[in-house]
Design a protein around this ligand. Structure first.
Ligand SMILES: [Zn+2]
Length: 467
């Protein structure tokens, strides 16, 4: 079976055939860096990281371009509020985003261009659009440059809207300079005190839509395979990117993939919840790998309604997987990942990245593996553990991979292991002299410290529980 995805523009699942055999080019709209990331910002990073890893597993050489919008109205507002330079705001928050992507195990993009580093490419694109009669400079001297929506009959094709049903773009202070209220700004004329760059039509700064068209085609070519982003970007952002690039004569994206949004309590994330859902705060409550598991388990196109309970359940599910792998390693020694993932797992991911079905295969392996361990069938347990590691590796969730194992601090774990062993020996001694109160007290003290003890036929074993 081949890889297939839901294409927003075609409104159906389409087989993936790359532009260049053996290669896949992906553009993902990245962060507008006006604030540090919360969990809603990072979902698309994780979803598209799973896509990228699966494409690599399927043999494609993947080029991922994820941009950074380092100038826009919100960044300028934050800078003014805080009395700092706009570039200090965008740099600080870009670092926070990078740290969050890294913490959640997202592989770094092949290239991560910033908008302000690509003004010459944007000027060239505006020149092509003006020459072809699809854009014009505002006649009021504001320095704005607009896209002429009525000059491009396919406008609305991506979001499935008719132009005569659309409202005005409302994206500038000089709306009266537009030929049509639905025309959108490619470039925003300079305002006093704001940063600006020179163009043949006056000085100003990049519009959000223009920068993505300029950067995607610079790094991936005039046509490329997949354009991704959150569902909230379909209109106007992606509609406008598509219109600009096609009107300029570029083939542009061949597939459009959008991840569903993350909501809380049935609503779009509110500011009051914002701080507790910053990635930097969340990784204090759960381990980053558990947060990744939570984000990856739901289908990328589904709406994810965040709650602490759901996150806790995801963490517990992941700990069951880890628990089996730990017990298997104790019994049969270290197990390397299998070379191939099971067919059922592969067909689930081939089918529009069905991570929920793929994880059902993972948990099936865990259940069968626990049974095999209980019955002492070591070979079968080892086989299942190896396949499990292969599947988890593709999802970026293998607990024994360098990233997560190193994150746990193996050296420190050895020290804790030695200390817990001393406590467990004393508990064993207390039990032997039938001092059950003392034995239970030791177990309770360990639990308070986050060490969960389980009695097994092979003797007591322990693991760290957080949160
Ligand atoms: Zn974009």
């Amino acid at each position: 079976m081949s890889l297939r995805f839901y294409d927003t523009r075609a409104r159906q699942v389409r087989e993936f055939t790359p532009l260049h055999e053996g290669c896949a080019s992906l553009y993902l709209c990245g962060a507008t860096v006006q604030a540090p990331p919360h969990i809603g910002h990072i979902r698309s990073g994780v979803n598209f990281d799973v896509l990228r890893r699966w494409m690599s597993y399927r043999g494609y050489s993947v080029t991922l371009c994820r941009n950074v919008t380092d100038i826009d109205d919100k960044i300028l507002r934050v800078a003014a509020d805080q009395g700092v330079q706009w570039w200090a705001v965008s740099d600080r928050n870009q670092r926070a985003f990078t740290a969050a992507y890294d913490a959640l195990g997202c592989l770094p993009p092949t290239v991560e261009p910033r908008a302000t580093g690509h003004v010459p490419e944007m000027i060239a694109l505006m020149r092509r659009l003006i020459d072809r009669g699809h854009a014009y400079a505002a006649e009021d001297g504001s320095g704005d440059v607009y896209f002429d929506v009525m000059s491009y009959p396919e406008y609305g094709a991506l979001s499935g809207q008719r132009v005569d049903h659309m409202l005005g773009a409302g994206d500038t202070d000089s709306e009266s300079a537009k030929r049509d209220p639905r025309d959108f700004a490619l470039w925003k004329g300079a305002k006093p005190g704001e940063p600006s760059w020179e163009t043949p039509w006056g000085s100003g700064r990049p519009g959000w839509h223009l920068e993505c068209s300029a950067m995607s085609t610079k790094y991936l070519g005039s046509a490329f395979d997949v354009h991704g982003g959150g569902l909230d970007l379909v209109f106007p952002h992606h509609e406008n990117e598509l219109a600009q690039s096609r009107a300029a004569g570029d083939g542009f994206a061949r597939y459009w993939m959008h991840n569903g949004l993350l909501i809380t309590g049935g609503e779009k994330m509110s500011k009051s919840l914002g701080n507790s859902l910053l990635i930097s705060e969340m990784v204090r409550r759960v381990r980053p790998v558990e947060l990744r598991y939570y984000l990856a388990q739901a289908h990328y196109r589904s709406v994810l309604d965040y709650s602490e309970e759901a996150l806790g359940e995801a963490a517990a599910a992941y700990q069951r997987v880890e628990g089996f792998l730990t017990r298997a390693a104790e019994l049969v020694g270290p197990v390397e990942p299998a070379a191939r993932v099971p067919d059922a797992f592969a067909s689930a991911l081939d089918d529009d990245l069905g991570t929920a079905q793929a994880l059902a295969v993972v948990h099936g392996h865990v259940r069968e593996g626990n049974g095999a361990l209980g019955e002492g069938r070591k070979e079968r347990a080892a086989e299942l553990a190896a396949e499990l590691r292969a599947m988890l590796g593709v999802l970026g969730l293998d607990p024994a991979s360098g990233q997560w194992a190193a994150g746990d601090g193996q050296g420190l774990r050895d020290v804790v292991d030695a200390l817990v062993s001393v406590a467990l020996e004393q508990r064993q001694a207390a039990r032997q002299r039938k001092d059950y109160a003392a034995a239970d007290a030791i177990r309770d003290r360990l639990a308070e410290a986050g060490v969960a003890v389980e009695d097994t036929p092979q003797g007591p074993r322990w693991e760290l529980r957080r949160g």
